[in-house]
Design a protein around this ligand. Sequence first.
Ligand code: ZN
Length: 147
Amino acid sequence: MSATVGIPPAITEETEAFWAAAKEGRLLVERCTACGAESFPPRGMCRACRGRETEQVEITETGRVYSFTVNHQRWLPDLEVPYAVALVEFDAHPGVRVTGRLRIDDLDAITIGMPVEIGFEPGPGECAIPSFTARRLAERADSEAIA
Ligand SMILES: [Zn+2]
């Protein structure tokens, strides 16, 4: 299930730090130094106050599925289907939602609010792109087996 097919992202002055951190497996978002609002994707300007002084903040916590789609259309010849794309939010980073593949064996098991771990995988153009994995799937399977 490679995600390397597709169009490589345009790396700009505003997104350069994000893509460099992504290659190290770190997820960065922008925080406004004036009002503290966090934004993603990075654009060098605060979404709340339009301030242009921003700093990079790393997200390390578990995320939650805000929304998702399961895609069956093979948009590119080498694209393996079906696959899931999730929009993920983070409790400590309000206003930030990150899109990525959700890697899970059972696509029917995806639910809104499901906890997911941040990961990265090889993307087009040798970049690393965000992807997510379901958290504690094995533990849940164990508790269901007991019940
Ligand atoms: Zn601001």
